[in-house]
Design a protein around this ligand. Structure first.
Ligand code: SF4
Length: 195
């Protein structure tokens, strides 16, 4: 059984796949406690892989619909049984992870969102993944100092910098103008008021 917080059909609001139809599977629980976390991932209901897949495919079986495993930290629970069940219609399975844990087989798109270690100033939480499709960082005072580290230690095709809860967009723009290897990611779902 997996502890599932919610399953919902929307558009991917952030990062490379912004604007794509996506079914989100939010798995409960996280191994970090970020101060800016705005996700309520605590409550959950137990579901089998088959039940999760059925709920996802009730939303969409179109091959262009993305399936996004998110959390919390989805790698705490995601495994090959789940990715096998979710591949039934050939859709792309993406995961949004903090990068602190290894990933199961069967993930097609990896977004790593590394975090600062809030217990030690200037230190990053350990990232065990050295390769991702995209790196997406929420800009805070703590993460800004760590951006060069993540840029050089996590090999990715795309590097995105995102305002923190839509608040510090000016700081993100200023950083990207000085460091054009990063690109802007906005939480577009918040601007258009969708989930
Ligand atoms: S890693 Fe993500 S889900 Fe976990 S506490 Fe931090 S922001 Fe929240």
């Amino acid at each position: 059984m997996y502890r599932v917080n919610e399953i919902f059909f929307s558009l991917q609001g952030e990062g490379y796949h912004t604007g794509r139809a996506a079914v989100f599977v939010r798995l409960a629980g996280c191994n970090l406690r970020c101060p800016f976390c705005d996700t309520d991932f605590t409550h959950s209901e137990p579901m089998t892989a088959r039940q999760i897949a059925d709920a996802v495919f009730a939303c969409s079986t179109h091959p262009d619909t993305l399936i996004v495993l998110t959390g919390g930290e989805p790698s705490l629970q995601a495994d090959k049984e789940l990715t096998d069940a979710l591949h039934r219609h050939g859709q792309t399975i993406a995961i949004e992870t903090n990068g602190t844990r290894p990933l199961p087989d069967g993930i097609d798109w990896v977004t790593v969102s590394p975090k600062a270690d809030d217990t030690v100033a200037g230190k990053a939480t350990e990232v065990v993944l050295d390769r991702a499709d995209e790196v997406k960082v929420v800009l805070t005072e703590a993460t800004e100092k760590l951006l060069p580290v993540w840029r050089s230690t996590i090999l990715a095709d795309h590097y995105y910098l995102q305002p923190c809860s839509c608040r510090n967009t000016d700081a993100v723009v200023t950083y990207i103008k000085a460091h054009p290897e990063w690109r802007l990611s906005l939480q577009t779902h918040k601007y258009i008021h969708i989930q």
